[in-house]
Design a protein around this ligand. Structure first.
Ligand SMILES: [Zn+2]
Length: 70
């Protein structure tokens, strides 16, 4: 996949983090509520304590394109 920002070649992989819950997307300017706000990214593969999201990364400009289903 070509990077939509710099045109470099992107590498496919997963964004992996250790978490008890799926990561959330929080829109810019949104204030976190009592439960932290945001929307759960539903297509996260969780195998506690590891959560993974598939996508692509460009090592040239540091941008990532992540598959997200809210
Ligand atoms: Zn790039």
């Amino acid at each position: 996949m070509k990077c939509p920002f710099c045109g470099g070649e992107m590498k496919q992989g997963v964004l992996r983090c250790e978490s008890r819950t799926a990561p959330k997307w929080i829109n810019g300017g949104e204030k976190p509520g009592f439960f932290g706000g945001g929307r759960v990214i539903r297509n996260t593969r969780i195998s506690y304590p590891v959560a993974e999201l598939g996508g692509f990364i460009c090592e040239r400009c540091g941008k990532a394109v992540i598959d997200v289903k809210l």
